[in-house]
Structures are given as structure tokens and as C-alpha cells.
Design a protein around this ligand. Sequence first.
Ligand code: 4NP
Length: 157
Amino acid sequence: MIRVMFVCLGNICRSPMAEAIFCDLIKKEQLNDKITVDSAGTGGWHIGNPPHPKTIAILKKHNISTEGLVAQQISKQDKDKIDYIIAMDEQNKQDLLQLFGEDDSIEFAKLMDFVDETAEKDVPDPYFTGNFTYTYELISKGCHQLLQYLKDKHSIS
Ligand code: 4NP
């Protein structure tokens, strides 16, 4: 099983959006038995909460299920449950490297590392920008290309 964990700051905007989109893709491609997905925040302010109402709204608009999305905070104990940890921005990535240390058992990346056709290196945080549509577009592109990367790397189809 390939275990993917998306991480942002609060786990109510970007990473649950990525979890829901990626989960939808995996289901459509019938890869549920090969890839699992989860999300978490580096901060703990929203633990137990559902995603931001605008995250829910944009996912619903695209017919993507928001079922089961509940904010959680990443912790050291999650180390053994993750193969790929995908940060939304550089600060998230640095925080994760600090939390887990340089660890060869986990591949650390940023979602935008997988997107060629964008100038963005980080996914802008819509909690602050208010632009959930742009964030959705970037995350959707990132999820499609991340899935292609995993399929190629692990020779799955
Ligand atoms: P996210 O956005 O990291 O994409 O979930 C944020 C949500 C909440 C806060 C910061 C960022 N906050 O400070 O509460």
C-alpha cells in the first residue's frame, strides 16, 4: 500500500481539499487497494473541525465528496503511517522536516513540485487570500500529476 499524507497549516483549507480531490481520483481509477490518502495540519487550532465552508462549497461544486474530512494535527507518531508527505508550501515542508528529521523512509515533497505548467512553487493559502477557486485549480492539477508520478514510479495502472 502506498500511503500519501497531505499537509498544510490548519488542515481546513488546502490539505483537506487535496485529500478529497486525490481520494476522488483514486476511486475513479479503482486504485483504492493500492493507494491510501489522509491529510493533517502542522497547527492544532482546528482539531476535530470540518473543512472551511468555502472548501466544502468548492468541492461540492465539482461533485467531490467531503465525507469524513475532520481536521487533525500531524505528529511524530504518524511517521510509520506515511510513505509520501506532500506539503502545500515551503513553511509546511520545513516544519515537517523539523518534526520528522531527515528520514529516508518518507519522501518529502511540495504539491507544486509535480506541476510543470505553473509559476507557483507553493499553494497560496485561501484562508488568507480568499481565492478558493485558484487554490482548487492548482491543487487539482497537482493531484492529477502526483497520481501520474506514483503510477509511473510504482508501475501501477
Ligand atoms: P490551511 O489554511 O493551512 O490551508 O488549512 C489555514 C487555516 C486556518 C489557519 C491558517 C491557515 N488559522 O490560522 O487558523
